[in-house]
Design a protein around this ligand. Sequence first.
Ligand code: GLC
Length: 449
Amino acid sequence: MNRYSKITAAFIAGLFFTTLATTTSAQSKINQDSIAQKMGWFEDAKLGIFIHYGIYAVNDVSESWSFHNKQVTWPAYMSQLSGFTASKYDPTAWANLFKEAGARYTVITTKHHDGVALWDTKEKHYDVIRNTPAKKDLIDPLVNALRKNDIKVGAYFSLIDWSHPDYPGFLKDSSRYKVADDPLRWKRFQGFFQNQLTELSTKFNPDLWWFDGDWEHSAEEWESSKVRTNLLAKNPGTIINGRLQGYGDYETPEQNFPVVRPSFRWWELCMTTNNNWGYRKSDTNWKTPYEIISIFVDAVSNGGNLLLDIGPKEDGTIPNEQVNILKELGKWNRKHGESIFGTIGGIPQGHFYGPTTLSKDSTTLYLFLHGKTSGPVMVKGLDNKIKSVEVLGNGTKLTSKVVGKISWSPVPGLIYINVPATTLDTYITVLKVKLDKPIKLYRGKGGLG
Ligand code: GLC
């Protein structure tokens, strides 16, 4: 169950009598109820902004991996510390932009695998206050600006710390030591990262924790159970992503769009806006606003969230292409938000050749038209009467036609909705279909059976 929450998995499978070592079956049931409750805002949020901000923005190299994979030496990588200024850092402008995009939460790298902390850590290791010309805590003012804008605060924290002298892993194919050979040294590292987590949790009280790098060690080695218990003791409502060796609340399929609807209840697709998480001058392979919006819609229609990544430059400015993507996404969200935020995933593919969502009471079906689809669009197996169809955000009422319905047969007809080209959105058009009652789908064989 790599990167998969045993807790969530057990819930989905209905296996309340989980064998999870630390819980009895009764406790596990209670946990599931409280998990479902605390996931409420996350379920409705749909859009988060992921921020990879760090010294790797200085020299056009990939975050942490560039030295780990030996593309640059570790000293060369760390020399970026002296070029990291955050001189134009404006967290209020960031928060305003995220708000404008329609994001309900953000996740910022408090520390990536390179070990450089962006907050004022008391631990003697690398941080941007003491080791860079930025000389300031970058997390604190952002948290304040986000909370002022009602945007939930997520803390990305890399468990891996390739720069720490007590961390076993370092460069690809080489490690400093093995945990089994020097348990005391590993204990020191555990003390270090647990202290950093306590600092972050006390100082910022994140609404969400986004762990990364759990794959290098086991749940026992990461003390995952203790990490979870401590964070929840501080904030029982905090949400933990699924990269804690089985102790998280939701799944994070990275860069990978699920082809069929995932079976896990809560999930979030994290996705870059070009081909890198952090800023790289040389990476100009930007996704278009249309591509981003279609990925977003697909995630939501499949019951998930999108955590869309941006990589600010070392001075704290966000590249123009990313600003543009966020603004266009925001424009689209303002027009079509009703079909996205607070909805639930749509109907199985095959009923409609495109993404769909439903209102929570499932009496309204939203159909998303990819590309420039116009003319008659078809819905199959819908055992409801249609009260009205309108082009969302545009108000145009459309007519629908039922084809092939025999009055005495239980088989519903095919529905055709005629969409004039003049009503199409620049990116993705949404049809709002109001039904007579909660949606009922027909998936039978036809005839009287
Ligand atoms: C990965 C990478 C990392 C990136 C993250 C984002 O696991 O290690 O560089 O921060 O995914 O999801």
